[in-house]
Design a binder for this molecule. Structure first.
Ligand SMILES: C[S@@+](CC[C@H](N)C(=O)[O-])C[C@H]1O[C@@H](n2cnc3c(N)ncnc32)[C@H](O)[C@@H]1O
Length: 227
């Protein structure tokens, strides 16, 4: 049975999306966020940052859900935290976790500049430990969780994030295509990183607690709703 329409690609696809969505939306953002996007683009870890179309989607999803409590695992330079903070309004709050103080300090400067630092709590510890500890007091309370830490932690952090979400809460997981490496059907050809992501993808796809979707944005994004 053919289950999906064939992916349509066109050489002008990105140019058109850029003209119709990205540029108009960028014009509406606080200058501090567009500055942070530029600063991140020049950062040595730039390839780990969420893409601009992802950031715009995160702001929209947060706004659409009227999300007020967001958990962002993997801060880097603070772009995803910034997008969630913009989407969640003045009474929302973002908790963002990272182990690298140097990366996070870049984001803090721009959150401050945009006047949103009171809406973001940065936690400088491993997401593996923090999400586990959060289960004591925050179970079932997060509207959105974003999983964007090193791939070897995906499965263990995921198992904490699902109970942390409220029913109908949204889980976003980045890099589920891993540069298209997970498309290789012969798993004996997978390297360690690909095996982590591939195992994670199987886990989320077969998890009865979630309604899962994979979408082709950035490096592939899982958007899963908790039942
Ligand atoms: C892909 S980047 C995050 C990108 C960010 N969410 C964005 O939208 O631009 C991954 C981050 O995970 C951080 N990291 C590494 N180990 C971690 C851990 N055990 N717990 C939390 N964060 C970790 C890295 O320092 C890095 O900043």
């Amino acid at each position: 049975m053919e289950t999906t329409k064939k992916a349509k690609t066109h050489p002008d696809r990105f140019r058109y999306l850029n003209k119709m969505v990205i540029q108009p939306r960028l014009n509406t953002l606080p200058p501090a966020l567009t500055e942070l996007i530029d600063v991140t683009a020049r950062h040595p870890k730039e390839r780990f940052a969420s893409s601009v179309d992802q950031l715009l989607l995160y702001q929209s999803l947060t706004f659409m859900m009227n999300a007020k409590k967001i958990l962002d695992c993997g801060t880097l330079t603070g772009l995803s935290a910034f997008s969630f903070a913009l989407g969640c309004g003045d009474d929302g709050h973002v908790y963002t976790i990272d182990v690298n103080e140097e990366f996070v300090s870049i984001g803090k400067k721009y959150w401050e500049k945009a006047g949103i630092s009171n809406k973001i709590t940065s936690i400088l510890r491993s997401a593996v430990d923090v999400t586990k500890e959060m289960l004591k007091e925050h179970e079932g309370t997060f509207d959105i969780a974003y999983l964007d830490v090193p791939k070897e932690y995906y499965e263990v952090v995921y198992e904490n994030l699902v109970p942390l979400l409220r029913p109908k809460g949204l889980l976003l997981v980045d890099n589920i295509f891993l540069d298209y490496l997970v498309f290789e059907e012969d798993e004996s050809k997978h390297d360690e990183l690909t095996t982590h992501v591939s195992n994670f993808n199987k886990r989320i796809s077969s998890d009865d607690r979630m309604l899962n979707n994979f979408i082709d944005i950035g490096d592939g994004l899982a958007i899963a709703v908790k039942k």
